[in-house]
Design a binder for this molecule. Structure first.
Ligand SMILES: NC(=O)c1ccc[n+]([C@@H]2O[C@H](COP(=O)([O-])OP(=O)(O)OC[C@H]3O[C@@H](n4cnc5c(N)ncnc54)[C@H](O)[C@@H]3O)[C@@H](O)[C@H]2O)c1
Ligand SMILES: [Zn+2]
Length: 355
C-alpha cells in the first residue's frame, strides 16, 4: 500500500506518504548529510531494521519523556548537533513519537534560522494526528507545551510497521485523536468509526484506512488556518477537559486517552448546561468509554481538575474557551463561566466515572 498527499503550508507544500516498505534509511542515498534524532526505545526495538541509521555519524538518541522535552534540554541538543558540525543544507532525520517530533521540529526551526527535517512518526498519535500541522510544543518551568512555533517537516513518511510494538495505552491514545476528528466531521463519520472500533488493531489495514482518513480530515483545518486563529480551534475538542484530566491525574492518563474522556465530558457538560439535548453524549458515550475505560479508575481530584481547566492557556477574560456540541451535531467554541452550574456538571461527571 502506498498512499500520498500534499499539505499546503506557509513554508510551501510538504508530502505525506503511507509506505510499508520505505525505511528511514532510504534518505541516505542522496547527497544530503543527515543528523538523526531518534527515540531510544525505537532505536532498541528496531536496531536490526535501522542498522544503517544508527551507524550514521551523527545520531542523537533521546528517551521519550516530558522531562527531555524542555527548553533547557533543547540547548543541549543544539550543542550536540553543533559538535557534529551541522551545517546549513544538512537535514534532521527524526524518528519517534510526539516527544521526538516536538524536539526535532523546534531544534530544526532555530538552527541557522531553520534547517529542513524529515519525519518518520512511530506512534499512532503521531501517525494519525500530530505529524501534520507544523506545531512544536516544548516545556518550560514546569509548564507543558508553553514554548514553540510553526515549522513543518519537508516530508513525512508513515510506516505501519512501527505500530506493531506499541503498548495498548499508546494505541488507545492515538485512537482518541482519530475519534475526535471523526466526531467533528459529523454523525455519520462517527458512526462509521464506532462500528469499526472493536476491529481496529495495530497490524490491520483497517487502522491504516483510519490513519489516512484522520490526516485527510485534519489537513482541511490546518490548510485553512495553519496558525490556529479560527477554524483550527475546533481541533481542541476534548482538549481543555482532557488537559485538565491529564494534569489532575498526575499525567497517569495518556494524552489521547484523556482527550477521549474529555470529549465525553464536554458532551456531558454541554447537555447539562442546556446547549444541547444530550444526543451527542448518548451517541458517542459507549465508544468513547471503550477507549478510556482502562483509565477510568485513575484518581482524578475534582478540585485539581477545576483549577486545571481554569488555568488552560485557551481561556480569556470571557471565561473558559471550550469546544462543545451545540445542537444538531455542530461543534462551537463557547466561553463558559466557571460558575456553580459548570462546577456541578464537571463534578457529577467525574463521580460518575467511579460507578
Ligand atoms: N506538536 C504537536 O502538534 C503535538 C500534538 C500532539 C501531541 N504532542 C506531544 O507529543 C507527545 C506525546 O506523543 P506520543 O503520544 O506520540 O508519544 P511519545 O513520543 O511520548 O511516546 C510514547 C511512548 O511510546 C514509545 N514508542 C514510540 N514509538 C514506539 C514504537 N514504534 N514501538 C514501541 N514503543 C514506541 C516511546 O518510547 C514512549 O515510551 C506529548 O509531549 C505531546 O505534548 C505534540
Ligand atoms: Zn491532542
Amino acid at each position: 500500500v502506498s498512499e500520498q498527499f500534499l499539505v499546503r503550508s506557509y513554508r510551501g507544500d510538504y508530502r505525506v506518504r503511507i509506505d510499508q516498505d520505505e525505511s528511514p534509511e532510504s534518505v541516505f542515498q542522496g547527497k544530503i548529510r543527515f543528523h538523526v534524532i531518534i527515540d531510544s526505545k525505537v532505536a532498541e526495538i528496531y536496531r536490526d531494521q535501522l542498522k544503517k541509521t544508527l551507524e550514521n555519524d551523527s545520531v542523537l538518541i533521546i528517551q521519550a519523556n516530558e522531562g527531555n522535552k524542555t527548553l533547557q534540554n533543547c540547548v543541549n541538543y543544539v550543542a550536540k548537533l553543533l559538535e557534529k558540525r551541522i551545517k546549513r543544507g544538512n537535514r534532521i532525520l527524526s524518528i519517534g513519537g510526539g516527544v521526538i517530533q516536538d524536539i526535532s521540529c523546534f531544534v530544526s526551526s532555530i538552527l541557522m534560522r531553520g534547517i529542513e527535517w524529515n519525519y518518520y512518526p512511530t506512534t499512532l498519535l503521531a501517525q494519525a494526528d500530530s505529524c501534520i500541522g507544523s506545531k512544536s510544543s516544548i516545556n518550560f518551568g514546569g509548564i507543558k507545551n508553553i514554548v514553540g512555533g510553526y515549522y513543518p517537516p519537508t516530508e513525512v513518511v508513515i510506516n505501519p510497521m512501527f505500530l506493531k510494538t506499541l503498548e495498548e495505552a499508546e494505541i488507545r491514545s492515538g485512537l482518541g485523536e482519530i475519534l475526535k476528528i471523526c466526531a467533528l466531521e459529523g454523525e455519520s463519520e462517527f458512526e462509521k468509526i464506532a462500528a469499526s472500533y472493536k476491529a481496529l488493531t495495530a497490524s490491520g489495514p483497517l487502522l491504516q484506512r483510519f490513519i489516512l482518513l484522520s490526516l485527510n480530515l485534519k489537513k482541511s483545518y490546518i490548510e485553512a488556518d495553519e496558525f490556529d486563529t479560527g477554524q483550527r480551534n475546533l481541533l481542541n475538542y476534548g482538549h481543555s477537559f482532557g488537559h485538565a484530566i491529564e494534569s489532575s491525574s498526575g499525567f497517569a492518563i495518556p494524552h489521547g486517552v484523556a482527550v477521549s474522556m474529555g470529549m465525553d465530558m464536554a458532551n456531558w457538560v454541554s447537555a447539562r448546561l442546556g446547549f444541547e439535548k444530550g444526543r451527542v453524549f448518548d451517541k458517542c458515550h459507549a465508544t468513547l468509554f471503550e477507549n478510556y475505560k482502562m483509565s477510568k479508575d485513575v484518581a482524578i481530584c475534582p478540585e485539581k481538575f477545576l483549577s486545571g481547566i481554569g488555568s488552560d492557556k485557551k481561556n480569556s477574560e470571557q471565561g473558559l474557551g471550550v469546544i462543545i456540541p451545540v445542537g444538531g451535531w455542530k461543534f462551537e467554541k463557547k466561553w463558559l463561566k466557571p460558575d456553580k452550574a459548570f462546577q456541578c456538571a464537571c463534578t457529577e461527571y467525574l463521580e460518575g466515572l467511579k460507578k
